[in-house]
Ligand binder design. Structure first.
Ligand code: DGY
Length: 323
């Protein structure tokens, strides 16, 4: 029997690529440059499985291409807002993701951004790198204390809960959260977390607000100008979820006019093209979508995709099937 043909849209950790090559007829994208729509359509016509990631918009147009061969899209990532799920469902294509394995690393980056923003760490590094540091000063780069402050989480899934654990147990932070679904009572009790009844209530109360929503149409610009104005002037906004959850023009205005003290961002609307308004600001910490970027996590993500397609090709249910 012929091995299933697999197309991988980006380079993966070497050890996972080797495993893939041992098991399947694999076509790698050696350039590692994101494939364009025409290349993705061709991949849909040529392969049995397409393994894309967050940088590949798998639109209804691509999914609906004539003479499609792909039966499973194994996304390398926990978020799958890059894939038109309704179109995949309508065409009977299975879609899987990589939950659990990147929870802790992404929560670490959220804490890192919180600490950096609170303590003005990026500003301090820029001072040194620009050769402008003339020595310690009692009023120099004075930020805000983190210990004992209130962290408000919008969304209360795995990554939010992991961040809440680190913040509560490590930094004695009080936890507020807003989520439309029913939270697990055990974690609420463990963290003595308080549920807010609205996003507005959370924004008004929290010293730090961290976003943990899936992104896409349902949460687009959830934080708009009106809502950003509800935050404390000393508050910091952290986003490791998806860029489009925040209206970036409104956030730039909030940071420029100091409605809020700072922001720590790992994700952007329309990334990798950042809104240029972020670049001149001193009170923003910018990271290039590093949430899951640890060696262990990226290997684990690859293995998770492998498990999903392996299950699919032997006719069993992939463990992380989304549709
Ligand atoms: C994800 O998995 O959704 C991240 O954004 C990339 O790791």
């Amino acid at each position: 029997m012929n091995k299933p043909k697999i197309i991988v849209t980006r380079r993966w950790p070497a050890e996972v690529e080797t495993q893939l090559k041992d098991l399947y007829d694999v076509q790698l994208n050696e350039s590692d440059i994101p494939m364009n729509a025409e290349q993705l359509k061709l991949a849909m016509q040529t392969a049995d499985a397409l393994l894309p990631t967050v940088t590949d918009p798998i639109t209804a147009d691509i999914i609906g291409v004539e003479n499609r061969r792909v039966q499973i899209i194994g996304n390398f990532g926990v978020g799958y807002n890059n894939i038109d799920i309704n179109a995949a469902k309508a065409h009977g294509i299975a879609v899987t993701n990589t939950p659990h394995v990147l929870t802790d690393c992404t929560a670490d980056i959220a804490m890192l951004l919180l600490l950096m923003s609170a303590r003005r760490a990026a500003e301090g590094e820029r001072l040194i790198l620009n050769g402008q540091w003339t020595g310690w000063g009692p009023t120099q780069l004075v930020g805000q204390k983190v210990t004992g402050k209130t962290l408000g989480l919008i969304g209360f899934g795995r990554i939010a809960q992991a961040m809440a654990r680190k913040a509560h147990h490590g930094f004695g932070m009080k936890i507020l959260f807003y989520v439309p679904s029913t939270p697990d009572p055990a974690i609420v009790e463990e963290l003595q977390a308080v549920r807010c009844h609205s996003v507005e209530e959370l924004l008004t109360e929290a010293h730090f607000v961290s976003l943990h929503c899936p992104g896409g149409a349902a949460t687009k610009h959830l934080l708009n100008e009106q809502r950003l104005k509800l935050m404390r002037p000393s508050a910091h906004l952290i986003n490791t979820a998806r860029g489009d959850v925040v209206d970036s023009n409104a956030l730039i205005k909030a940071l420029t006019e100091r409605w809020i003290a700072g922001a720590g961002l790992d994700v952007y609307e329309g990334e990798p093209n950042l809104n240029p308004g972020f670049l001149g600001l001193d009170n923003v910490t910018l990271l290039p979508h590093l949430g899951s970027a640890s060696e262990e996590t990226r290997v684990a993500m690859g293995n998770r995709v492998l498990n999903n397609i392996a299950a699919f090709f032997v006719g069993t249910e992939p463990p992380d099937r989304v549709v």
